[in-house]
Write a protein that binds this ligand. Structure first.
Ligand SMILES: [Zn+2]
Length: 311
């Protein structure tokens, strides 16, 4: 679209989202793009399944999310160095899922300060997180190995807050518990950009997991109130049409909740409810085959709990 292209171009001069081209993967870009779309980490795609971004601020570079392995993080550092000699001063973590944080140690070693929301600590210090890392060392070898470690934040936030980082104002919005308890969305008013983390998956179905989908929908509504030109999702392409693209997420979550909520309330068994639900609207979307049944099942359990007065 003509009206949005110049805005995006202008914006790209100062804020970059990591893409395959930006990573210099041109030779195998298509191959990797296909695998990235699959959204499942593997040794073949080096666990490159999520987005990272950075803002070149007056006094340094602020990175948002650290990618899924130290090797990928080093490529991002290299890419930043090609664009600016400024040091990387901060990394803001949208949430502590493996594909967003296994690269953190690279930035920590460079002296960057890691900023995240404190509800991540429970998971980060859990046996689950430790075991996940052990499993990843096998499943994602050699990209995740014995040297890969979980990195705590240097600064834990409790609530939404505005921080002046490297001379630019960042509004860190606490939008969890939604996709995870610790979800942060990052609004950079001077660039009119919003990093939505995994509250937004663009052009594909999300992984709902143990999410609080009710809060997730409310948080999307909150994010839609920001006046931004571009939204960078946790997965998929950046969007210049936030209302439309976040709307797809919102519709899907709402539909999961209403269809599975009705079934749970009427005590219809899950299998029956699933096969009686009309999924045709979402079926053409990438990841439907991988994610939809599990998303529906998790939502069914959640709605059972909610109908029993859990919330
Ligand atoms: Zn995630």
């Amino acid at each position: 679209m003509n009206s949005t292209a110049p805005t995006l171009r202008h914006w790209l001069t100062r804020v970059l989202v990591l893409s395959l081209v930006a990573l210099g993967m041109s030779a195998s870009a298509q191959n990797l793009a296909d695998m990235k779309l699959a959204a499942l980490g593997s040794p073949a795609n080096q666990n490159f399944i999520s987005n990272a971004g950075f803002v070149v601020a007056p006094q340094g570079v602020v990175v948002i999310d650290a990618l899924g392995s130290p090797a990928l993080a080093r490529r991002l550092v290299q890419k930043i160095a090609e664009i600016t000699p400024k040091p990387i001063t901060h990394v803001i973590v949208t949430h502590y899922h493996a594909d967003h944080i296994y690269g953190l140690q690279v930035f920590k070693e460079l002296g960057a300060q890691i900023v995240a929301q404190q509800d991540a600590r429970e998971y980060l210090n859990s046996e689950t997180a430790a075991q996940r890392l052990v499993a990843s060392r096998t499943e994602l070898a050699p990209w995740v190995d014995d040297k890969t470690r979980l990195v705590q934040a240097d600064r834990w936030l409790t609530e939404s807050t505005t921080l002046e980082l490297a001379g630019t104002r960042f509004m860190l919005e606490r939008v969890g518990p939604s996709h995870t308890p610790e979800d942060l969305a990052i609004h950079v008013p001077s660039e009119r950009v919003l990093f939505a983390g995994d509250l937004m998956f663009a052009g594909r179905l999300p992984f709902v997991g143990q999410a609080d989908s009710n809060q997730w929908i409310h948080s999307l509504d909150r994010l839609l109130r920001f006046d931004v030109a571009v939204v960078v999702p946790g997965h998929g392409a950046a969007s210049t049409q936030p209302r439309k693209d976040m709307g797809v997420m919102r519709d899907y979550l709402t539909y999961l909740r209403s269809s599975m909520g009705k079934a749970a309330k009427e005590l219809v068994p899950f299998e029956e409810a699933y096969s009686n639900t009309d999924w045709s609207r979402f079926e053409p979307m990438p990841m439907f085959r991988f994610a939809n049944r599990m998303n529906a099942y998790n939502t069914y359990l959640l709605m059972e709990k909610e109908s029993l007065g859990g919330r």
